[in-house]
Design a protein around this ligand. Sequence first.
Ligand SMILES: [Zn+2]
Ligand SMILES: [Zn+2]
Length: 734
Amino acid sequence: MLHEVENINDSKLSSKPLNEIRYAPNVQETLDNEIRYALNVQETLDTVPGDDKNIGEVEDSTITEVASVTLAGASATQAGEVVETSTIEYNENEYTFMPRRRARRYTSHSQDKPEHSVSEDMSDSGDTETPFGGDESNNETIADIFEDYSPPDFDPYQEEEETSIDDDFSWILLWIMNFRKKFNIPETATESLTKFMKLVLKEVSGDAFSDFPDSLYLAKKKLGLKDRFHSFVVCPTCHKLHQKKDVVEFRQGELPAIMKCQHIEFPNSTHRRMHLCQTPLSHQTRLLNSQIKNQPDLIYPFAGIRQQLSALYRRPDFESLLRHWANRRQFDRILTDIYDGQVWKTLKETRDENSLNFFRPEVADSHLGLMINVDWFQPYDGTIHSTGVIYAVVCNLPRDIRFRRENLLLLGLMPGPNEVSLHRINHYIAPIVNELESLWEGTTLNRTHEFPNGRHIRAALILTSCDIPAARKLCGHVSALVSCHRCIKQANYEDHQHNFAGMNDIDEWFIDRDSNEHRQNALAWRRCNSDAARKRAVKQTGVRWSELLRLTYFDPIRSIIVDPMHCLFLGIAKWIMKKIWIDEGILTQSDLKNIQKKMNRFQIPADLGRIPRKIDRGEGFSNFTADQWRNFFTIYATTSLWDHLPTKDREILTHFVRVCSILVSRILEIDLMEEAHERLVKIIKLIEEHYGRSKITPNLHLSLHLCDCSNDFGPLYTFWCFSFERMNGILGKA
Ligand SMILES: [Zn+2]
Ligand SMILES: [Zn+2]
């Protein structure tokens, strides 16, 4: 339900087609980035089931059966008794929080995949070992073995020297690579195009172009585009990462064989062998020369943060851009950027409260603040295949270039076709956290533009900016339907649905959650030795383990911002208009016709983005993007709606229009921010009073935390998802 409210039209936010993206002066670097995206989006897409037949390979489904051998050892000997690992998903919508004592019983839940309707009883059998909620401090040592999310060891890429492109034809190759990305052209077609180009050039200019590459491989080599991504093979069931080489080259005796996943979800269970995953990690294809090849089923392309930072640091202007924040003007009680937020101002260098601030002018260009975004986009029209993408942004950079493509770090592409569920996202996050840990300790880059002999840098993850479902998954919070992640408010369960009503006792619950308690609860979840125990833990505390908690400085409560784009515009604006005013009959069909007429008379500057016409027909506002909702409420709403609303709704409208215009501004006065907060409280009270408790959605509740977020990270526009969504739109179309 939350998704319905929040995620509609995300894909429509990408307003600029690819060819309108401005290029930086450093064309080489930009194109380099473009190609990096192109190559790697392609690799993920290449592993889509049913889309994996390469020329030169003949699919032979029978080989799989013949050559599929299980690994020697444990699993084979007890093949008869191996219990399939359950992939049943826990449906959070059906849970409410209950007091600890009652928590041993849990209700049955829906199953996404009936074919796996296995063994709840079996996984439950581990319960007696270390029941959740016991004396946890005593269990610290005995339950020290947890599910291992760590990636296999891999060679981090060495820093690469930039290539200079000074011959006569590199621009042609760059153009081809760009063309390939823009129109999503398969490798084979690009190869043909390159060959054809060589023929043409030879015909026209003879020997001048004899070095022109005649294969894609040589073209990439010529351009110095070594693939900077490390590819892990992903287990389709448990999402454990595996070394690609190990899977591809796996053999039993002489023959290539299919490797099976050896991940154990509950190593602390006495039935640990029953929890062995055993999912095949590849399928086999027969090449034209009759050789059998292991083809991995899912690939996770991953690129290191350090490696990408090191490339950025070699740019001529990068270090001076990082320093800009230390020289900016500051004003009293006015927030202009993330540097005015409490987090930037107060994060300490070490765990010692008396240590220096991590962000301070002397280290303005060597102590970096990173923001992470995780989102899912749909690379194919007409299917629900979704690919997850993880970015990082360097907050030290000025706001106007912070989100530019050439400055974004693309960390990984999580393979589809479905979004990874719940805690399994930890497998993808783990290699990133490994890097963040070492970046927090500090690392030395071999060479930067200003320091040719090397430079020591540090970096900290200071916030995650995602839509609410993604943010919660990333940081280990339970669904926004059942409880708030920032305060101790829990949803009411009334008439078979959740609501966040209860504004009269706001003082009782509008209290920040304690991040230490969150960590304790996450550890307790991690100690659970069965699926059932984990579910009980989640039901009691609303918390799962997140790999991000390994970062000792990371605050799992404050660092998850409430994204204003999803909360205010796709959430509340739409909710008030559709579910309250239209569904409750406040605005009738004829009202909507008149509203449309009034809106048509508006003359607005062309660059403001038009509101779709026809709000009076069919689904009306359904297809508004977040941008359009923002424009609707900040520009059109008061004039066009006023005459059609009764007093109480005019009040709601007035408050909401004011809230939007305050919160979208780039310079935020703290006094105005407080005004916005008070108005949000009033809006929720009015809706609760006039339209009932069931109308108080998670988004309405979360809006109460927007001002906390601004206090921590500055004006909303410094961290909102608009910036990332545009990028996703581009990837989606790539
Ligand atoms: Zn597995
Ligand atoms: Zn809250």
